[in-house]
Structures are given as C-alpha cells and as structure tokens.
Design a protein around this ligand. Structure first.
Ligand code: NAD
Length: 285
C-alpha cells in the first residue's frame, strides 16, 4: 500500500513515498492477499488462466475474465468465488485483434476505475514441421498470439495499472524459452515475451508497477488432449515425478502478483517440477 506523505497540504495529491512497501516478517494471517483488488486475467476461460482467475478470486479479488471464448469466460465468472464486495466480469477479447483489444479495454475502464493485477495467460502453440517446413504464416501467427498479444494487452492496461498503488503484471512464458525443447516459433515468441517483460519491468518500476514472468513446464490442460498418451506420458521427464497442474502455475502467478513479492520485479520463475535442473547426467562435469 502507498505510504502517505504526512506533510502534504490538504487537498494536494499525496506524494508517493514508498510505492512497494516491504511485507511484514509477521504476515497478516488472512489468506486474502487480493482483498479489494481488481485482477484482469487474459485467457481466463480455460486451463491455466481459469485456475488463475479462481485463485485470485478465492483470495478476494474482483476478477475480469477476458477471453476469445466469451461464452466460456462468462460461465467461468459465474462459478468464481465472490469474497465480500468482489464484482467479477467477463469480457470478450481477442489479443490478436489490435482494435478489439482497445475496445475491450474501453469496456473494462467503464466498469473498473483501475487494474491492480494483469495476468496475461492467453497463448498457445500449433503442430508444424521443423524449421525447413515452417512457413511465414505459422511464424507470424505464433509470434502474434504469444508475443504481440501480451504487448497489446499491457499497452492498453498501463493507464489503468497506473491508477493502482500495488500494480503487478505477470506474463506466462514457457520452459521452451529457456532450454531447447523444440517448436522454434513458439520458443522464439516466448523468449521474446521474457525480454519484453524484463524491459517493461525496468521501464515501469518508477511508477511502482512490477512485471514478472512465469515459465511453466508441461501443464495438464486441454492442449495435451490430442497428444498420444496425454500430458502424463511426459511425467518421467520431471524430477518431481509428475507434470504440472494449472493450479501449480496459478499459485506462482498469485505469489508474483501479491504484495509478498513487493521487491521482486523483472524475474522469470520456472514452474517446472525440476525439469531445468537436469544436465547431461553424472560423469559429465
Ligand atoms: N499447458 C502447458 O503445458 C503450457 C506449458 C507452458 C506454457 N503454457 C502457456 O500457458 C498459457 C495457457 O495455456 P493453457 O495450457 O492453459 O491453454 P488453454 O488453451 O487451456 O487456455 C488458453 C486460454 O487462452 C484463450 N485464448 C487463446 N487465444 C486467445 C486470443 N487470441 N485472445 C484471447 N484469448 C485467447 C483460450 O480461449 C483459453 O481460454 C499459454 O500462454 C501457453 O503457451 C502452457
């Protein structure tokens, strides 16, 4: 919360002396870290975004669930917990449609005076061949969805985030941005998203806005339904013995968005069951 300058003149705008106060070493036992906060979750209808919306609402936030799939976002909003005065809303938003993003934010601004948390989760990958077979259309589509999408939502959200005294942005990258797993356009887009998030963090820090990224490993969502063996077939790759659940990622997003992370900005947090720990194995170093 902002510390108010006691010397400010009556009626004058109070000076912001501590935009990111330190958390107490004896934290408030209340689990409602987002009580009174407005959280915009982009891609909230399904998967990791839906779990993030659920988690933030359960901790007291008013959630704006934005998604391409407005019908599913509306159903999601209806099922979210409502704590106290929380007021959830569903908004149709295609992050690949520049004009549409601006229209959606005009709708959000009519209903909410500010945004405290922006969790940009929407993204995805498609099947395509190796570098020699992958044409411009696939590259442009994946870069547009996974890199320009978050760029557009952050750009449109900044005026509303600047009205908050605890603003935090969390983007969802991927372990594909950190190690070579395959899928060049997706990996390039998610690496670009990390660079964008870190440059953004440096740029908006003076406004008291934090920006961090989460890099999940395999998370059991609908995107794995068509894959032979499903997400669980990849469990043996994970030192912790299982693939991730959407709730694992939502918990990390909630931490980075909360005041407990008040002095953390510009980081990428892998949420990967230890996947990135693995080197070439014993005897190689
Ligand atoms: N599932 C995984 O294994 C995994 C791993 C690493 C990173 N990720 C990333 O996590 C994020 C969420 O993935 P998920 O597995 O939950 O996927 P999902 O398909 O279950 O959910 C994605 C959500 O984004 C929405 N969306 C898609 N395109 C959109 C657009 N153009 N505009 C607005 N909304 C749009 C969808 O409607 C859906 O609600 C993605 O960015 C993905 O790249 C997923």
């Amino acid at each position: 919360m902002t510390t108010v300058d006691p010397h400010a003149q009556d009626g004058a705008e109070p000076a912001r002396t501590a935009p990111c106060p330190a958390p107490s070493v004896r934290p408030d036992p209340s689990p409602l870290r987002f009580h009174g906060a407005v959280a915009l979750v982009v891609g909230a209808a399904h998967g990791i975004g839906a779990a993030t919306a659920e988690r933030l609402a359960a901790e007291g936030a008013s959630v704006v669930a934005a998604d391409l799939d407005l019908e599913a976002a509306t159903a999601r909003v209806a099922s979210l917990p409502r704590i106290g005065e929380a007021d959830h809303a569903a908004v149709g938003l295609d992050v690949t449609d520049r004009g549409g993003v601006d229209e959606a934010f005009a709708e959000i601004a009519e209903r909410f005076a500010r945004i405290d948390v922006l969790a940009h989760v929407a993204g995805g990958n498609v099947d395509h061949g190796g570098p020699a077979q992958t044409g411009d259309e696939v590259w442009e589509g994946l870069l547009d969805l996974n890199l320009m999408g978050p760029v557009r939502t952050v750009r449109a959200a900044l005026p509303l985030l600047r009205r908050s005294d605890r603003a935090a942005i969390v983007t969802i990258s991927s372990v594909n941005a950190l190690v070579v797993i395959g899928g060049e356009p997706y990996a390039a887009a998610k690496s670009g998203l990390l660079a964008f998030t870190q440059n953004l963090a440096a740029h908006v820090a003076a406004d008291g806005i934090r920006a961090n990224a989460v890099a999940p490993g395999t998370v059991r969502t609908r995107v794995w339904h068509g894959v032979e063996g499903g997400a669980d077939s990849l469990a043996p790759l994970y030192p912790l013995g299982r693939v991730g659940e959407a709730a694992d990622v939502a918990a990390a997003v909630a931490f980075l968005a909360s005041d407990e992370a008040a002095w953390i900005t510009g980081v990428v947090l892998p949420v990967d069951g230890g996947l990135l720990l693995q080197g070439p194995g014993p005897g190689h170093g």
